[in-house]
Each structure stands twice: as structure tokens, then as C-alpha cells.
Design a protein around this ligand. Structure first.
Ligand code: ATP
Ligand code: MG
Length: 870
């Protein structure tokens, strides 16, 4: 069965059982501080499990792009070496949010695998949770009894907390689970060792394919468990592993998910898969990593120096490194695989198809820049090798290469071993550990459990309509970190504070109680759908109402910038073309920043056109048309733009100003006239094919022009308030250029004359052309004249001196042939004669200088020079 059909069959099976099919959520998580990437199918549904939001349908099925490269689930180091772990993989899932539970979940899993997909029952093993004393949990006999209806008891294994109790992270929803394992070994192998003994033993042919999680607890910060009000089903099946089983092959890489990519790598690199293990690992690493990187870029996460972007950069660099070392690829080539990937997956994941060109460009540029780093690193490494005495390179040096220049340590080790040198690995690891400790200490945070003041109170956001309202505190907690100190997080029954999101900053403001006590709200953020207000202190009267007030001025300025961002987006698409896609946006009160896909620098005309386009719409006084809670399809049909990498619910909010319609949760002005004026202050590149515009609106534009005007007046003043200051400046510049030229010519003439004079003053002593003289030149002049003379006269010995601002300088030039034949050394000469001018110096045997503070001694130094040649 082809992989496309496997995916389709899974989804339609659950669709028939009243599940809604939903598309994969983007991989990069935006409002979850505990998780960077979606690492399991359940991550995008976390708010449903936590009870912070309600799904439209209690039954959902999907295939979710997952990435396991950081945090609690990190498979990166396995990838390439085994046959069944990937960085990015698809997790097929069926979900019940407070609807069906173990009975149906198990029955359907069994039906799908054995009936629909026709997997032989004798290949399957299942497991149930054995219980755990510490957590006070008994064995999951409920699941055990259900499984007994389908599979013989000797194929039901029990497992401990590690394998059979699923937890999302240190905190949050969790529960016992049943894993389904498949034994794909030959009959011969099976006769030797029973499959039962190989389950969960990291055997490549006895692998877990599906995990059915029975969510029934919540793990609290103090480690204890509490029962969830509703029980849920969360299942996750590895799509690539399922394809391996159904296609009767022994490795995920032999399924049609990977074979086209591997074939393309073979063609590009001229290597053959399955001939040499090292080459094979490299090919698997690259085939895997290109998927992770391509999808992450398509989801809007570009490689960068921090956070999620840095993780992506490291994955790509790992692929480049394997290509560089084992496939001899010294130029970019991974970007060339995006084409096959798109052919294979573009249909199921349209975000890739739509942005193929951008994905290719970004990968190519990343490859190029890392290959340059590798080149520079090789030069530095060679220098380290030359300086190394003995047979071991110090860990600290290797660490510096790794840390400062990004040069990979395994490559260092490999190159050293080729040169018969060893790497002090213990020393390296020690440095690495030290660095890790430093950054851990810096980012350490501790989060207390919520203190609940009012149970079961849903929070409501009213900030689109009001900036002030009376609120009740429903819960709070303290979060302590090295970086921010102690902060309190407060949640209310309702709030006018806009939480950071969609690029727009969170609101600031204050809370005031009936006694006049005020607490400032420093920021507002959303975490898993809960709006959290950050304060430095806890309000005194927790159980009494507060007046919550948003800083109106800041909010208004931010709104001007947000609406202007929409108009800018519209302007770019209309002036540059519809290939322009939003790639990032930051809406502050002081300015706005907008990143978008476009392949060349904007010309001055284009920038002016964009400004005029936006300003025309500001002057057009276009009113806001806002629609809340409309079906997504309806908004899209009306022409609303949606963004890749953004997670939208079933109902959306659309924001329209004339022809500009966007899905947006941010706050906006009521009429474009409020913006007053729009001005672009910078345009530049952020990555291959991504440009960045920074712009300002409203009062910020007034400040910008008045500051410019002040500068202009000041400059005009310096130009004696002439009528035409630009012309006056041009004249000054021209005059300056011509004066510079004249000076240069004069200096050249002077040096020529001096050279001629000096040549006639040379005296021959013992076959050496000798001169010791004080000249009226600076240090550079002395050197120039010496070298000019040296170019014309052989067997030369010169000692020049000069005096400047009470300091003395000696400079000695000796022809190289004299250095060799007579053992003369300019460095030694200036060191010895330097004592007369009370100074010191040095240099090379053929040229050296000394500086000193006693110009009186120059005459004596010059007089002594003769002794070196006589
Ligand atoms: P394993 O022990 O094999 O690493 P897991 O216990 O980490 O698996 P779960 O977290 O239960 O797996 O994930 C559910 C399913 O997702 C697994 O049954 C497996 O089929 C698949 N899966 C997990 N990790 C990966 C991976 N790195 N690459 C491909 N598929 C994976
Ligand atoms: Mg795992």
C-alpha cells in the first residue's frame, strides 16, 4: 500500500466513526512556554485537555507533523543510525475529548490494524500499565480486560511508568497508556527468540507503532496527580513506521516516504546507498533532516541564532556536516532535495508546495554560510595543529573552535585522527558542561502551582470593546527566574488587557482596588489560551474587585501600527506582486516591523510608492469593518488572507479596511484616519529571499520629521546658512577631494627628492652602502624612504632617526643579503642603540624600529651606527 493511501485510509476510517478530520497544526508553538515544537499529536490540543477551550467536535482525527529534537523528547542523536526514529515524523491520531474512552479506543485500533490494514495478529503485542507505588496507582486492569477480548493473554505485556504512563512534560495532563508493537522479523528469527522478549528492547524489527493514551490525570507542579474532570483519548501512531510494516520492508527509509529522496541524494552525490555504513548513515541523516528543515521554514520558522530558529539551524548544519564529511559535498546541495520532497508531500501539506521556492532559497543560503564557516574553521584548526606540541590537542582549544566559530567537534576529532593527533575529549566536555551550567543558571525558573480563588470561572477577553472594567481575580501564581526575578501571574474572570500575539505586544496598565492600592501590569501574555497578567507584586486585597485599566496611549499607538501593518501588507502585494507573503511581524507602540518574502532590494521608487499607497488609504478615512466568530471558510471566501504557520480555530475574526482583509486577533484603529501618517524608516534583508521593513506612524512620524528638521538647521548653520546648502556641501566635498589629491602628489615629490639626495650621501664601508641620518619625516615616511632605497641599492645599511613632539624614533633597514652573509640584525641594532634615546623596540632582521623619550640621544645613536659595518 502506497504511503498516500495509508494516510488517507487512517483518516477515513475514523471519519466513518464520526471524527472530524483536521489539518496538521504548524510545528512551531507560539504561546506555550514549556514547549518549543509540537512533539506529539496532542500538543496542539493541549487547551482542550486542560479545559481552557472547547473543541467543535469531541472526536477528531488528523496527521500531525511532530519534531523531536529538543526537550523531554529528543531523538536527534539516534537519527540516521537506526531505522525507525526521525526528527520530523507524522503522527496519525484519533482523539476523544471527554467522549469515548478505553473500550472504543482499543476496539477501533484493533479493527483498523488487523481488519482494514490486514496486519497478521501474530505479529502484534500490546502492553498495559503495571501501576506505580509512588504515584499510588494500581495496574490498569480495565485496559487489560478489554485487550483480552482481542488478543491472547500471552501477548499482553505489562510495562512500567517509563513506557506505559504518558506525560506531556513535567506538568499537565497525563495517564496510563497501551502501546502496540509489531514484530516484523522473519519466521526463522522468531523461532530463535520470541518477540515478547524484544518488545521495548530497542530492537529495530520489533518496534512500537501506536500508543493509545488514556488521559485521566493532571500532574501538578509539586509532582502529585489529580483526576481530570473529563477523561480523554489521545492516540499516536508513527506514520512512517506503519508504512514500513504495510510495505513489508525492514526500515522506514525503505518505504516510499523516503526512497525518492534517497535516490535523489545518490544522484547528486554520486554515492550508492547500502554499500558502506558510514555513507548510509549520512544519506539517512540528510534524507531525514531535509524534511524537518523544509517544513519548519514552510511553517514560518526560519533558521536563526536563538530559540526555535537555532534548533532548526543546528539540524540543517548536522546534515551539511554529514554531507561534507562522508559524501564529499563541499558545496550546497540539500536545497536541491526540496523538489522531490514537494512532489511526495506537497499534496498532503500545501504549505510546502506554496512556498517551495522560498524554502529552497533559505536552505541554500544556510548551507553556503555554514560551508564558509567550515572553511574558516579548517584554517583555524590547522593553526591549532601547528601550534600543538605533543600528540594531544587541548579540549579548551577545541571548545573555542566549537563555541566561537561554530566548528563541529566531531569534525575536529575526525580531522585530528587523520593527522595522528588526539583530542582531549574530557577537557572539551568539561568546558561544554561549564557553559551549560552557566546558561542553565541564567535561565532557571521555578513556577508555583496556581492558587485558585474562584473555581470554574471562564475568563473573557473584552479588550476589543473596553479599556477599563471591574474584574475579579480567579487565580495567581509566582514565577521566579534569574533573568526576571520574582513575577506574579494573575488571571481574571474578564480582562481588557490584550495578550501578546499575532505580532502585537501585550498591553500594559494597572489594577486599582477600592482602597486606592495600585499594582502595575507590566505585560500580558497568552499561555495555552489563558490570558496572564504579569505584575511585580501581589495585590493586597486578593478577594475583592479591582478596576483593571489598560494604558490607553500605548494601546492607541500600537493600534495605529497594527492597522498600518495590514495596509503595508496590502501595498506590498499590490506593488511588488502576490508572491509577497508575511514572514514575521512585530507591532510595538513605537514602531512596526514587517518581514516578507521578496527576492530583491526595494528601489527608492518602490519604497515611495508603498508609502504613498498606505498614506492614500490613511487619507481615504476608511472605517474598520470587524467580523467576530465567523466560520473560517466564510472569511476566506470573502477574500481574507490567512498566514502559513498560524494556528486558526474553526471560527475566526476578520479585519477589513477597504480592500485589505486579514484574519487577525489584534486590535485596530476605528478608522485609518487615526493613523495620521505612515513612514518607512528602513528596508533590508533578513535571510535569503526575506526582506524587512521598519516603519512608524502617527506621533512617531511627527517626531521623526522634527528631529530631521533640527539636524538640517544645525547643518545649515555650519554652512553659514547659505541659500543652497546641498550645493554648498557638494562644493566642499569636491574641494576636499582635490586638496587630498594635491597633498598626495606633493608628498610623493618630496619623497622622490629625499631619496635622490640620500642616495648621493651613501658611503661605502667594507662593501656595505652605509648611511645614518636624522630626517624630517614621520614613522611611515622613514619606512617608505628606506624601502624605496632598498629597492634600488644593494648591500644597504640604513639608520634613520626622527624627532616628533619630544619623542625620538629610530628605524633601521638592512638588505636581506647582508642579514644572511654578515649576520647583521636590524632588531638587535635598534635594541642596542635604543638605549641612547631611552627607549626600546624591535622588529625583523631586515627592518626594525625603536621609540624613546630622549631626542637628545639621537646624535649619539647615529654616531654609534658605524660600528656595525666597520
Ligand atoms: P520509541 O520508544 O520508539 O522512541 P516513543 O515511546 O517515544 O517511541 P510515543 O511518544 O508513544 O513514542 O509516540 C507515539 C508513536 O509515534 C510511536 O508509537 C511511534 O510509532 C511514533 N514515534 C515516536 N517517536 C518517533 C520518531 N522519533 N520517529 C518516528 N516515529 C516516532
Ligand atoms: Mg521515543
Amino acid at each position: 500500500m502506497k504511503s498516500q493511501d495509508v494516510r488517507a485510509k487512517f483518516l477515513s476510517f475514523f471519519e466513518e466513526k464520526q471524527h472530524s478530520i483536521v489539518p496538521s497544526a504548524p510545528m512551531v508553538l507560539k504561546d506555550d512556554p514549556t514547549l518549543m515544537f509540537v512533539n506529539a499529536g496532542m500538543a496542539p490540543f493541549k487547551e482542550y485537555f486542560l479545559g481552557n477551550a472547547e473543541p467543535k467536535n469531541k472526536r477528531i482525527t488528523d496527521t500531525q507533523k511532530c519534531l523531536r529534537v529538543s526537550g523531554k523528547h529528543n531523538d536527534l542523536e539516534e537519527v540516521g543510525y537506526d531505522t525507525y526514529h526521525h526528527t520530523l515524523f507524522e503522527m496519525l491520531g484519533n482523539w476523544s475529548f471527554g467522549d469515548y474512552f478505553k473500550e472504543e479506543a482499543i476496539a477501533w485500533a484493533w479493527e483498523l490494524l488487523t481488519d482494514v490494514f490486514g496486519i497478521d495478529k501474530d505479529m502484534l503485542y500490546v502492553s498495559v500499565f503495571e501501576g506505580n507505588k509512588e504515584d499510588g496507582l494500581d495496574m490498569d486492569t480495565e485496559a487489560f480486560d478489554i485487550w483480552k477480548k482481542y488478543i491472547s493473554e500471552d501477548r499482553i505485556l505489562t510495562g512500567d511508568k517509563k513506557d506505559n504512563f504518558w506525560e506531556m512534560g513535567d506538568q499537565g495532563p497525563c495517564g496510563p497508556c497501551s502501546e502496540i508493537h509489531v514484530d516484523i522479523r522473519s519466521a526463522e528469527e522468531k523461532a530463535k527468540v520470541p518477540g515478547k522478549d524484544l518488545v521495548n528492547q530497542d530492537h529495530p524489527q520489533v518496534v512500537e507503532i501506536w500508543n493509545l493514551v488514556f488521559m485521566q490525570y493532571n500532574r501538578k507542579a509539586n509532582g502529585s496527580l489529580e483526576s481530570l474532570p473529563n477523561k480523554h483519548i489521545d492516540t499516536g501512531m508513527g506514520f512512517e513506521r506503519l508504512c514500513m510494516v504495510l510495505q513489508g520492508v525492514q526500515s522506514n527509509y525503505d518505504t516510499d516516504v523516503f526512497t525518492p529522496i534517497i535516490k535523489e541524494i545518490e544522484t547528486i552525490t554520486n554515492k550508492t546507498y547500502r554499500k558502506d555504513e558510514k555513507v548510509d548513515v549520512a544519506i539517512r541523516v540528510i534524507a531525514d533532516h531535509v524534511r524537518a528543515v523544509a517544513f519548519s521554514i514552510a511553517d514560518g520558522q526560519l533558521p536563526s541564532n536563538t530559540g526555535a530558529g537555532y534548533v532548526i539551524r543546528r539540524i540543517l548544519r548536522r546534515a551539511v556536516r554529514y554531507g561534507f564529511t562522508f559524501l564529499d559535498k563541499k558545496e550546497p546541495f540539500i536545497y536541491r532535495l526540496v523538489d522531490v520532497l514537494d512532489k511526495k508531500m506537497g499534496k498532503a501539506f500545501p504549505e510546502l508546495k506554496a512556498q517551495k521556492q522560498l524554502v529552497e532559497n533559505v536552505i541554500k543560503e544556510e548551507e553556503q554560510s555554514f560551508l564558509r564557516t567550515l572553511d574558516q574553521g579548517l584554517v583555524l584548526l590547522n593553526r591549532i595543529v601547528e601550534e600543538t606540541k605533543g600528540d594531544t590537542v587541548s579540549g579548551a582549544k577545541a571548545f573555542e573552535l566549537y563555541d566561537t566559530y561554530g566548528f563541529p567537534i566531531d569534525l575536529t576529532a575526525l580531522i585530528l585522527s587523520e593527522k595522528d593527533l588526539k583530542l582531549d575529549e574530557a577537557g572539551f566536555n568539561e568546558e561544554l558542561q561549564k557553559q551549560k551550567n552557566r546558561s542553565r543558571a541564567a535561565s532557571e525558573t521555578s513556577t508555583e502551582d496556581w492558587t485558585i480563588l474562584i473555581e470554574d470561572e471562564d475568563e473573557e477577553f473584552i479588550g476589543y470593546d473596553a479599556l477599563q472594567v471591574n474584574v475579579k481575580l480567579t487565580r495567581y501564581r509566582k514565577v521566579s527566574s534569574k533573568k526576571d526575578g520574582d513575577m506574579y501571574q494573575l488571571v481574571f474572570n474578564l480582562t481588557p488587557f490584550y495578550p501578546e500575539g499575532g505580532g502585537q505586544v501585550g498591553d500594559k496598565g494597572y489594577l486599582e482596588d477600592a482602597y486606592g492600592d495600585v499594582v502595575y501590569v507590566l505585560n500580558t501574555k497568552k499561555e495555552n489560551n489563558v490570558i496572564i497578567h504579569f505584575t511585580e507584586t501581589l495585590p493586597k486585597h486578593l478577594n475583592e474587585p479591582f478596576k483593571a485599566v489598560v494604558d490607553e496611549k500605548q494601546r492607541h499607538r500600537t493600534e495605529c501600527n497594527h492597522t498600518a501593518t495590514h495596509l503595508l501588507h496590502q501595498a506590498l502585494r499590490s506593488i511588488l506582486g502576490t508572491h509577497v507573503e508575511q514572514k514575521g511581524s512585530a507591532v510595538h507602540s513605537k514602531y512596526l516591523r514587517f518581514d516578507f518574502s521578496h527576492f530583491s532590494k526595494l528601489t527608492e521608487d518602490e519604497i515611495r510608492d508603498v508609502e504613498s499607497f498606505v498614506n492614500a488609504r490613511i487619507n481615504g478615512k476608511i472605517p474598520l469593518v470587524e467580523k467576530r466568530n465567523i466560520p473560517k471558510e466564510e472569511a476566506i471566501a470573502a477574500g481574507a488572507m490567512s498566514l502559513f504557520g498560524e494556528k486558526y480555530g474553526d471560527t475566526v475574526r476578520s479585519i477589513q479596511f477597504g480592500q485589505s482583509i486579514e484574519l487577525c486577533g489584534g486590535t485596530h484603529v476605528k478608522n485609518t484616519a487615526d493613523i495620521w501618517h505612515f513612514k518607512i524608516v528602513s528596508e533590508g534583508a533578513v535571510a535569503a529571499g526575506i526582506r524587512r521593513i521598519e516603519a512608524i506612524t502617527g506621533d512617531a512620524v511627527k517626531d521623526f520629521y522634527s528631529e530631521n528638521n533640527r539636524l538640517f538647521i544645525e547643518m545649515k548653520g555650519l554652512l553659514n546658512n547659505v541659500k543652497e546648502p546641498v550645493k554648498a556641501l557638494q562644493n566642499l566635498q569636491e574641494e576636499n577631494t582635490s586638496l587630498k589629491k594635491q597633498i598626495e602628489a606633493l608628498l610623493k615629490d618630496k619623497a622622490k627628492n629625499i631619496k635622490g639626495e640620500l642616495k648621493s650621501e651613501l658611503t661605502e664601508i667594507n662593501g656595505i652602502q652605509f648611511l645614518a641620518k636624522k630626517l624630517d619625516l614621520d614613522a611611515a615616511g622613514l619606512k617608505d624612504v628606506a624601502f624605496e632605497l632598498g629597492g634600488e641599492v644593494e648591500h644597504l645599511f640604513l639608520l634613520f632617526a626622527t624627532e616628533n613632539e619630544g619623542k625620538a624614533l629610530l628605524s633601521c633597514y638592512i638588505s636581506k643579503d647582508l642579514v644572511a652573509s654578515k649576520g647583521l640584525n636590524a632588531g638587535q641594532v635598534v635594541r642596542e642603540l635604543g638605549k641612547f634615546i631611552q627607549g626600546g623596540g624591535g622588529g625583523q632582521p631586515f627592518f626594525a624600529t625603536a621609540g624613546g623619550k630622549n631626542p637628545e640621544g639621537i646624535a649619539q645613536a647615529l654616531a654609534e651606527a658605524k660600528k656595525y659595518v666597520s
